[in-house]
Design a protein around this ligand. Structure first.
Ligand code: COA
Length: 264
């Protein structure tokens, strides 16, 4: 079970992250499940909505040790294998990349926490709708990671380098008001109504001609050449430095991580 469910409602293909017991954190099968769900879009669909329901969008990477991805990271660290780390980051990007390869517009309908990898899911979408309950953060450096699944690249582009730096380097959370002021979300709605608002927008999206829409999306999604690859490379060294393992251990032991000063 990937913890990802799908439903066609009108012309909208709804991809639902459904792991409430882990606050919709994404383990390996959920990352893979997002790609599979997006690729399974029926012919009748004219937009994709990704949602976590009314309580939480996603708590990001599943940080529990039964997530096979963390075991793979652990093995790569033990063998100091940069190629294996690169493979993991590229694979994560491949999973979310389905949202940017989709031939129809994609909407993130966000309620509650939208953190780390969860925010990266939302950043892969063309449009973000947030309810009053939404909270955002990109705390990867606190966990020994770089936000390397599109997070750094897309945040920079969407809200500018200063605000992206503030979010990533502080690890602080911002509410829906601040996210809207900063341009991190394009539409606001009352708590509990993000999916309804996204379904409303999807009706207008369905009025566009399919070929014109597809080619518009190609232009809108274009990234500076090399940006995503640079981000992948920047993500390798911190993982091999083992900081992520200290972060996971500290999390389990409910203490603050003890970072070792080391060369970057
Ligand atoms: N990975 C794995 N499990 C997670 C998780 C994650 N990222 N986030 C939450 N959970 C689990 C908790 O461990 C807990 O499980 P348990 O009852 O077995 O211990 C369960 O989800 C509920 O978490 P809890 O913190 O009690 O829920 P909450 O509603 O009070 O708070 C969050 C929800 C998302 C705000 C909070 O869990 C949180 O801050 N999580 C960490 C998010 C994070 O750092 N993400 C960045 C990853 S890149």
């Amino acid at each position: 079970m990937s913890g990802i469910e799908t439903e066609l409602r009108g012309t909208a293909w709804i991809v639902h992250i459904a792991r409430p017991e882990r606050r919709n954190a994404l383990d390996k099968s959920a990352w893979q499940g997002i790609r599979e769900a997006v690729e399974a879009i029926p012919d009748a669909a004219r937009s994709i909505i990704i949602t976590g329901g009314t309580k939480v969008f996603s708590a990001g990477m599943d940080l529990k040790m039964d997530n096979p991805l963390l075991m793979e990271v652990g093995m790569a660290i033990a063998s100091n294998d940069a190629a294996q780390v690169r493979e993991i980051i590229v694979w994560l990007k491949h999973c979310l990349g389905a949202l940017r390869e989709a031939s129809v517009p994609t909407i993130a309908a966000i309620e509650g926490p939208c953190l780390g990898g969860g925010l990266e899911v939302a950043l892969h979408c063309d449009v973000r709708i947030a309810s009053d309950s939404a909270v955002f953060a990109m705390p990867e450096p606190r966990l020994g990671f770089v936000a390397d699944v599109g997070g750094t690249t897309f945040l920079n582009r969407l809200i500018g380098p200063g605000r992206a730096s503030w979010l990533i380097t502080s690890g602080r959370r911002i509410d829906a008001d601040q996210a809207e002021r900063w341009g991190l979300v394009e539409q606001r709605c009352a708590a509990g109504s993000a999916l309804e608002a996204a379904l409303g927008l999807s009706q207008d999206m369905a009025l566009g001609a399919p070929v014109a829409m597809q080619n518009s999306l190609k232009l809108l999604r274009a990234e500076p050449p090399g940006a995503l690859q640079n981000e992948t490379e920047a993500g390798i060294r911190p993982i091999l430095a083992g900081e992520v393992m200290e972060a996971m251990t500290a999390r389990m032991e409910k203490r603050a991580p003890a970072w070792c000063p080391s060369e970057a």
